[in-house]
Design a binder for this molecule. Structure first.
Ligand SMILES: [Zn+2]
Length: 344
């Protein structure tokens, strides 16, 4: 009999029962976090209630007739374990809660009125989202955002995910939230059951741990090419500006050093926070390398695709880049605007 598999609404991979994964690498899929929102009350903390939208509004739930003021609302991140179907056991309280359905904290979901809403994500995906948020130049600790803004706080992450929840009556349970890019792969694996063999390339990729990647730095550095004798394009541009030959030659050396500095700084690659800078320095000292090329190659977003030939990378790193791109591209109402707007 088929299971009703449920999928992480950040990465689109399944949330499994402990021990359900066929391999050790997939054990991270069993660690979940439930996201929900709450507000301060006279007696402590109360969960926010979400209500269906009026007819005609396909997505996004409403905070109901008497919402708490924004300054008193915050996001709860509750460690949880997959229980059955869309139900999760919250580790701290022992409560069992249904995710992706309004009223999940009640024995009988109050689907025609308001109720709390929990969204399930992997613990590692939640951590990746926090890293992504911390890498932003500014944090806007508010639920408010426009459809042009990138996520810059946990509240805005909640707002984007929550707005992907279908909101018309009768409210129904979801098993995955619609992501406008279909999670950049794995569509054919995401069935009633998780069936990775139905999408061989992506099935394997989505199960790879995106956080703990063995030999991460070495796996990237093995792609490093010896410095080419051909002049890099930026040096040609400098020559057009009137530099003398001697300047051009020294410029080549400085340029590769400059690219090395860029690479080792990790600034262009906030998703490579755990690069081993000492190993990179050692490599730099071992010869003349084309640091410009590897910086350009790592900047290609398509390297998350398992069929990409730009670089030879472990699947866990491709999966990390895929999830990071999903966070980069997430926008308020991204599904709603596509779904409601008439075709051009
Ligand atoms: Zn996930």
């Amino acid at each position: 009999m088929g299971r009703n598999q449920i999928y992480c609404c950040i990465c689109g991979a399944p949330i499994l029962e402990a021990g359900q994964s066929d391999n050790e690498r997939g054990e991270w899929l069993a660690d979940a976090v439930l996201l929900t929102t709450a507000h301060e009350t006279e007696n402590g903390v109360g969960l926010d209630a979400y209500w269906p939208q009026p007819p005609g509004q396909a997505y996004a739930l409403d905070l109901g007739p008497d919402p708490a003021v924004e300054s008193q609302r915050h996001v709860l991140q509750l460690d949880a374990q997959y229980y059955e179907h869309n139900r999760f056991k919250i580790l701290e309280s022992g409560d069992v809660v249904s995710a992706f359905t309004v009223g999940g904290d009640l024995p009988t979901p109050a689907v025609t009125s308001g109720g709390s809403l929990s969204l399930a994500v992997h613990r590692l995906c939640n951590q990746l989202a926090e890293r992504f948020i911390n890498s932003r130049a500014k944090s806007h600790d508010t639920f408010q955002m426009t459809s042009q803004d990138e996520i810059s706080s946990v509240k805005q992450l909640w707002e984007v995910l929550c707005h992907r929840m279908p909101g018309t009556t009768p409210l129904t349970s979801q098993y995955i939230l619609p992501e406008p890019h279909d999670y950049y792969g794995g569509r054919y694996c995401r069935n009633v059951e998780w069936e990775p063999e139905d999408d061989p390339g992506y099935g394997e990729l989505l199960e790879e741990n995106p956080s703990e990647i063995p030999n991460l730095t070495e796996s990237i550095l093995q792609n490093l090419q010896p410095e080419s004798s051909e002049k890099p394009t930026n040096i040609l541009a400098e020559n057009e500006n009137g530099l003398q030959n001697s300047d051009r030659i020294s410029g080549v050396i400085q340029s590769q050093d400059c690219w090395y500095d860029t690479f080792v700084s990790k600034k262009p690659f906030p998703w490579l926070w755990d690069l081993d800078t000492k190993a990179i320095q050692k490599k730099h000292e071992s010869g003349s390398w084309d640091w410009e090329l590897i910086v350009c190659q790592l900047s290609q977003v398509v390297i998350h695709d398992p069929s990409d030939k730009t670089l030879s990378l472990p699947l866990g790193l491709r999966n990390r880049r895929r999830i990071w791109r999903l966070l980069e591209d997430a926008r308020l109402d991204d599904v709603a605007s596509d779904a409601v707007a008439p075709a051009p």
